[in-house]
Design a protein around this ligand. Structure first.
Ligand code: SF4
Ligand code: MG
Length: 324
């Protein structure tokens, strides 16, 4: 297995107390596989990814338990410089907002080239040629001319392609994309997502796709892990989830995807708000919002029940949900 996160716990110290952002997350991604991690903001999906990338080692965030195995080695036990080496060469992250991730005063060619100068010891000239090649690879038209331009001279979609090119530069084994298309309009979203999926297949990378939008992952993900209040509430092959969710929260997310055949009808929205991570409700953390909640849900935390060999649900009533 390329990456295995096991029983990960992350806390944040705030002025008002300790926010329990990640509470026992377990997931895995193999090479050539795409895992979509789905949830509302504050569900812990980005924080888990930051822990994997090793960009969370500083206060106020603190990893309080668990393991992050990358090619069998627990990253949490590595020394700082070993960790940095893994992060630089073997994993890369793509963020939602390319404009703030790119350096505004360097041409995109210099930024892409920098990767090869620093990590591969290439000359400036060779690095520039590599930059053009990468821009071609992510289908930026007229790469040879545009390589000299600055980030603000590109559209949002093109900037996101540049971010993908940066992530791909050193051919990492794992890419984590955190809401990579959220800032883009719908048509561009689909193009960027298709490109990412295509490159992932070609390079046989592991890809973790973090999103709040179940609608964008249907065609690209192999598995989906749904997060709520810092836990995985459902984990399953993508087709199982679309056929029938085994958790009421997943059902709510599915029902809130706009569908072409329902044009004009009011969209379903899950009632209520995600919990305050300093006061996560007892029992099932979803119970205040769950249309299926029973008394037991208010007192007993549901474990991740085994629904099938490849599927788990943290709902006491997953059978009822599956057949609802
Ligand atoms: Fe709803 Fe209860 Fe299942 Fe939680 S355990 S999702 S409250 S039915
Ligand atoms: Mg986030």
């Amino acid at each position: 297995m390329l990456l295995e996160v096991r029983d990960l716990h992350v806390e944040f110290r705030t002025r008002d107390g300790i926010a329990k952002a990640v509470n026992g997350v377990t997931y895995a991604v193999d090479e050539g596989e795409t895992l979509a991690v789905l949830g509302e903001s504050g569900s812990g999906k980005s924080v888990t990814a930051q822990a994997v990338m090793g960009i969370l080692d500083m206060p106020p965030g603190r990893i309080t338990g668990g393991e992050i195995l990358f090619k069998g080695r627990d990253l949490l036990t590595l020394k700082k410089d070993e960790r940095r080496a893994v992060r630089g060469a073997e994993m890369a992250m793509i963020f939602q907002d390319a404009l703030s991730s790119l350096n505004p005063v360097l041409s995109v060619g210099d930024q892409l080239g920098e990767m090869f100068v620093v990590h591969r010891g290439m000359s400036r000239k060779d690095a520039r040629a590599k930059a053009v090649e990468l821009m071609d690879r992510v289908r930026i038209p007229a790469a040879r001319e545009r390589v000299k331009q600055y980030p603000h001279q590109f559209s949002g979609g093109m900037r996101q392609r540049i971010m993908i090119a940066m992530a791909l530069a050193l051919e990492p084994a794992l890419i984590i994309a955190d809401e990579p298309t959220t800032a883009l309009d719908v048509t561009v979203q689909a193009q960027v997502m298709d490109l990412l999926a295509e490159l992932q297949r070609e390079y046989r990378m592991g890809l973790i796709l973090i999103t709040h939008d179940l609608g964008v992952v249907a065609d690209v993900a192999d598995r989906i892990a749904v997060m709520y209040a810092g836990r995985i509430v459902e984990s399953a092959p993508v087709h199982d989830i679309y056929k029938a969710p085994a958790h009421p929260y997943t059902r709510g997310l599915l029902d809130s995807i706009p569908r072409l055949d329902q044009k004009g009808q009011e969209l379903y929205a899950i009632k209520g708000l995600p919990p305050n991570l300093m006061r996560i409700p007892p029992g099932c953390p979803f119970h205040p919002r769950c249309p299926m909640a029973q008394d037991v849900c208010r007192t007993d935390v549901p474990p991740l029940y085994e629904v099938s060999g490849t599927r788990g649900s943290a709902c006491h009533f997953w059978r009822e949900c599956l057949h609802a």
